[in-house]
Ligand binder design. Sequence first.
Ligand code: SF4
Length: 361
Amino acid sequence: MTELLRIENLTKEFRVGATAFPAVDDVSFALRSGETLSVVGESGCGKSTLGRVIVRGIEASSGTVVYTPPADGAGADTDDASAASREVDFLSLRGRRLKRFRQDIQMIFQDPLSSLDPRMTVFDIIAEPLRATARPPAPVVRERVWDIAKKVGLDPSHLRRYPHSFSGGQRQRIGIARALVTGPKVIVADEAVSALDVSIRAQIINLLKDLQRELGIAYLFIAHDLSIVEYISDRVAVMYLGRIVEIAATDQLFSTPHHPYTEVLLSAVPQPDPEVRRERIVPKGEVPSPTDRPPGCLFSTRCHYASELCRTTVPPLVEVEDGHFSACHFAKELALRGLSAVAPDTADTAEAEEDRSVPTG
Ligand code: SF4
């Protein structure tokens, strides 16, 4: 798979009074064509901010987002140009070039109702990104909006209605149609199914997967529900306090995590078989304030394996297995529990915690 987006050292700082803190802290990764890369982590870890910075909903403090349009896609220089010659520094684009490449990188939001203007018809809501970027003639807009509406399962005869007359699932279909109408290569989906009922959630996830198969779109899927993430993702990146602490292929990350924070997240995934009990690993203490982050490893105040080294030295994100990266000093030494690991029937959480080996390096 070829690289579509390359995020390099991306940082977004916010201010609280006189204190600046990074909600996104020096994040680097690549998104490949046609893949789903999920970004997971607790509420407030910076994953939604990361998505908004990438689509330029908010401006980055520093770092780059390099977009390489497919050779046959909108924005390609020539058919035979090398990928490097097509690279676009997306965050520095202005004016017409920004409009042109905005067509390729779109976003779906969590709450369909609050993200859709209640005073606009559904037709105009879906057409808006097209009119704002490519500005095609009215008949082309009409045909494109009808095509996309049918593709996402909306009845085109309902397009003159307003968002409030649609159900939650239908409203999310409107949001997806709006993101699709410009023919994007990348969609950032920010908690796109979190607000939906369980049965509707499955329909929307299957719709997203079908659209990806048909249109070859790459998703950056921002979510906190690891059951959905396991189902939908090719790769998963785990964020903690603004930094990526682990990134790997989905099956690798779920079966053999190499970061203690990932182990914590996996231990909280509901077990579908009531006969099987999994030990829940509860991290120590509370999440540190973003304005008062610990030195060294950001997880060191909560990690059961932390040593002195962790409290003084930032662990770099390094490759511990093929395509599997972890930012933990002991990523190779620790035998962490994946999703398939279950506690024996007699296991007691407190005892199990005492048994957990703590490296002394
Ligand atoms: Fe825990 Fe240390 Fe690894 Fe950080 S570097 S996750 S504190 S063991």
